[in-house]
Write a protein that binds this ligand. Structure first.
Ligand code: SAH
Ligand code: SF4
Ligand code: F3S
Length: 468
């Protein structure tokens, strides 16, 4: 048994990072068995689930969407806020019942697996969990699962170190048109509220040749869109190269001819002029940037250790808007950080009013075990947090609606990704600006980039019709 340790998880030793290739051959031990994966959290976790699916199918397991049909159930968890935890622990209750009537194996992966408190709780209270595999050793999940099956003993293997960079991990992608591609793992920013630097380890970039080759393969397979992933993609390369940055990588990946290139998430601190220029210049780099603000108060930004001021954020924001034609910019905002006064909150509203974001993910601050902010004084009462969140959402929704209204009667290009969730007779897709459109058109459009005329604009989606 190897369990996590949050103090070790803070350490950074770049000389310990190993670049390796996936090298696990365990035959066909999954043959005849089915598995199900439920994913919580961010896009990196979604992509990790695709790797879990790839590794399990490589030894004969079959993926099923129906949990009742599965022999192995894996929860790929998120630790970013308390409600992410609650969902997982709640679901473990459901699985406990399932286990009473059926012989199933339950596994926990992802960021919650890296938390000391969670593992202690699982050890003491959640006997229904058969194995735990951390984020740093995800590539070893098959050995852990096999050991559990062979010995029937609970397996816990979580490492608290910087993590390796493992290439060639088998991956079973959810889409055949749009693909996630990791470019940088971990995070070294240590924003004081955030658990990610502890659960995902040190910032470590993949080699650019490996990334470009992966995208070339995807282009060959007919993929239309690639999204480069990292907790902070703008820091790409800093850990391994002297003079190769995200700007170089974007340019090299754009050269592969992929029709749509996206990247997420950008930290304003690492955003350079060269990066803005390359996004502006290259037609296949989509004019959509997610640029988390977190707060509009310099006092709170400092307490958050965000490394930029409101003025610096606004300068970058306007620079992007000016240079990148028809860009859309979305953001993340936290309300109720310790010490946030009504005036601080109003400064956040001021920035939102100035930026008129295309959209924003808004959150009530949630203290995370062992992070510096969890030890800060002046915590904000829950009802004040909720009131601010509500007021913020009203302003945010007004601007996303306005941004959508601007598209009314315009013809835009959409990558059609599937059947509309709202209406089975329609398909849906995303504009270059990453806006969701429900499209009157038939299923044969799925997987294509087509022209769509916008006929109705709402706060969170658009309605359109296919134009030949
Ligand atoms: N790497 C990204 C953020 C990943 S987490 C970045 O730096 O922008 C996604 C969002 O969750 C963050 O942008 C932040 O707004 C929110 N978040 C992170 N920790 C939080 C916490 N403890 N409480 C509330 N929201 C949090
Ligand atoms: Fe968390 Fe900050 Fe890193 Fe984003 S940049 S993952 S918010 S520590
Ligand atoms: Fe959650 Fe981990 Fe992603 S905490 S947001 S799954 S990096």
């Amino acid at each position: 048994m190897k369990t996590p340790n949050m103090i070790n998880a803070k350490n950074r030793h770049s000389n310990q990072i190993k670049y390796t290739k996936y090298n696990i051959d365990l035959g066909n031990f999954g043959k005849g068995k089915k598995f199900f994966v439920r994913t919580y959290g961010c896009q990196m976790n979604e992509h990790d689930s695709e790797k879990i699916k790839g590794m399990l199918t490589s030894v004969g397991f079959e993926y099923t969407d129906d949990i009742n049909d599965a022999d192995v159930i894996i929860l790929n968890t998120c630790a970013i806020r308390e409600n992410a935890h609650d969902k997982v622990f709640g679901f473990l209750g459901v699985l406990k019942h399932m286990k009473q009537s059926k012989n199933i194996i339950v596994g926990i992966c992802g960021c919650m697996a890296q938390e000391e408190v969670v593992i202690n709780e699982i050890l003491n209270k959640y006997k229904q969990v058969d194995f735990v595999c951390g984020t740093h050793n995800l590539d070893n999940i098959l050995s852990i699962l096999k050991e559990q099956i062979d010995t029937k003993k609970r397996q816990i293997e979580v490492l608290s170190y910087e993590g390796d960079v493992v290439e060639n991990v088998p991956v079973l992608r959810d889409s055949i048109y749009s693909a996630w591609v990791d470019i940088i793992y971990g995070c070294d920013k240590f924003c004081t509220y955030c658990i990610v630097p502890y659960t995902r380890g040190m910032q470590r970039s993949r080699y650019h040749e490996d990334i470009v080759n992966e995208v070339k393969e995807l282009v060959k397979k007919g993929y239309k869109e690639v999204t480069l992933l990292g907790q902070n993609v703008n820091a790409y390369g800093k850990d391994i190269y002297e003079d190769y940055t995200l700007a170089n990588l974007l340019s090299d990946v754009a050269d592969t001819g992929i029709e749509r290139l996206r990247f997420v998430t950008s930290h304003p601190w690492d955003f350079t002029d060269e990066m803005v220029d390359v996004i502006a210049k290259r037609d296949n780099i989509m004019p959509y940037i997610h640029l988390p603000l977190q707060s509009g108060s310099n006092k709170i930004l400092k307490l958050m250790n965000r490394r930029y001021t409101k003025e610096e954020y606004l300068k970058l924001y306007h620079q992007i808007r000016e240079k990148v034609k028809d860009s859309s910019i979305t953001t993340d905002i936290i309300v109720g950080f310790p010490g946030e006064t009504e005036e601080d909150f109003e400064e956040t509203l001021d920035v939102v009013n100035e930026c008129k974001f295309d959209g924003a993910f808004t959150f009530a601050y949630s203290p995370r075990e062992n992070t510096p902010a969890a030890r800060m004084k002046d915590s904000i009462p829950e009802e004040v947090k909720m009131d601010r969140l509500h007021r913020l959402n009203e302003v945010v929704n007004k601007y996303s609606n306005e941004a959508n209204q601007k598209l009314l009667n315009k013809t835009v290009k959409c990558l059609v990704t599937g059947i509309s969730e709202k209406d089975e007779d329609k398909v849906c897709g995303y504009t270059e600006n990453m806006k969701l459109v429900n499209i009157a058109g038939d299923k044969s459009l799925i997987g294509k980039i087509v022209n769509v005329k916008i006929i109705e604009a709402k706060s969170f989606s658009l309605d359109g019709e296919y134009i030949k």
